[in-house]
Design a protein around this ligand. Structure first.
Ligand code: APR
Length: 316
């Protein structure tokens, strides 16, 4: 397999540490660069003892961002702050938007050809932010920028398999739209293997998928949000992107990209990943009336989140 360097930005966080371990275990990764504003020397030393092939380096603080990014093929971004008591959604947006813009600026300067997989929330807005920052540098390639919506797919598969008594290893559920609340739409009518579910069950599974993040926040009772499942999903997607880069097989994943599948400019649907990033974006297929209605209902919120991201960069 070719040499592949992957950077994790925000590697000392709840998501970042687990994701770093999973990337260290990936057979596709030969160099693993761990960056954060705190604690990365320790995380990197710890991770480096795992007896797999990837060579680990740790980089701490803004001065070391360039080193962390030079020569990267894939950059995974789980940096940010989770919501704290007393913080409004707008406060959180402003902080994470600024963090993401700064990190993507580093990508534009050091590894403009890299695939960027964005985990920092709100993904519906941070991906358009990244696009605008890359455009400012004249290096935006819409085929190489992704919002990681894989956790929504992972959850939909788990809940669908559980409900229908299916082997979770064999099920697939496409999930389209965005990565927050009602913008998340699992297409259970296209799930495989197909199972008969009444409308009430479909709606319950849809809502559970949409509220999966809240389910974890409540269970953690003030001590954080999803980290293990998010890291797992982030690593699944990064691995798929690397397999695409290496051109070993057709790789198809649901992910949030610049898109003309609907009227909003960024949208998650099934895409094919290849040596240049996205090689094909698939349409939505046949939708049920319930799915069509849910799609119509999410559009204003998704468009507003995209506009908010674009405006943030315009006003920087
Ligand atoms: N550059 C790099 N890393 C940063 C920066 C920055 N400018 N600012 C913060 N970080 C790091 C923090 O130091 C911390 O190690 O990001 C990490 C975030 O980790 P946690 O606080 O544990 O948050 P986590 O639960 O991992 O979530 C991170 O992902 O899903 C999203 O909503 C979530 O936006 C949040 C992000």
């Amino acid at each position: 397999a070719p040499e592949r360097k992957v950077a994790v930005l925000g590697a000392a966080g709840g998501i970042g540490q687990t994701l770093s371990l999973l990337m260290k275990m990936s057979p596709s990764v030969t160099k693993l660069s761990l960056y954060d504003i705190v604690n990365t020397p320790g995380v990197a030393a710890d991770c480096s003892h795992v007896n797999t092939g990837a060579q680990v380096t740790g980089h701490v603080g803004a001065d070391q961002l360039d080193d962390a990014l030079k020569g990267c093929d894939v950059v995974v971004i789980p940096a940010g702050v989770p919501r704290k008591p007393g913080m409004t959604r707008d406060d959180l947006f402003a902080i994470n938007a600024g963090i993401v813009a700064g990190l993507v600026d580093g990508v534009a300067r050091n590894c403009p050809e890299a695939l960027i997989t964005m985990i920092s929330n709100p993904v519906n807005s941070t991906v358009p932010i990244a696009a605008e920052v890359l455009k400012k540098h004249g290096v935006y390639n819409p085929k190489k920028l992704f919002g990681v919506t894989t956790l929504d797919v992972v959850r939909a598969k788990t809940f669908y398999a559980e409900k229908n008594g299916l082997d979770v290893n064999t099920v697939d559920v496409p999930v389209v739209g965005g990565h927050a609340g009602i913008t998340i739409l699992p297409l259970f009518s296209q799930a495989t293997p197909s199972a008969q579910m009444d409308q009430e069950t479909i709606e319950a599974l849809t809502v559970r998928t949409q509220n999966g993040g809240t389910e974890v926040v409540e269970a953690k009772a003030g001590k954080g949000s999803a980290t293990l499942s998010m890291a797992y999903a982030g690593a699944l997607f990064a691995d798929a992107a690397l397999r695409g880069l290496n051109g070993v097989q057709d790789v198809v994943e649901c992910t949030y990209v610049e898109s003309s599948v609907t009227d909003v400019p960024f949208f998650s649907s099934k895409v094919k990943l290849g040596p240049e990033g996205v090689s094909e974006i698939y349409g939505l297929g046949d939708l049920t009336d319930y799915e069509k209605d849910a799609l119509d209902k999410m559009m204003p919120e998704l468009q507003a989140s995209i506009d908010k991201g674009i405006d943030f960069v315009k006003n920087m």
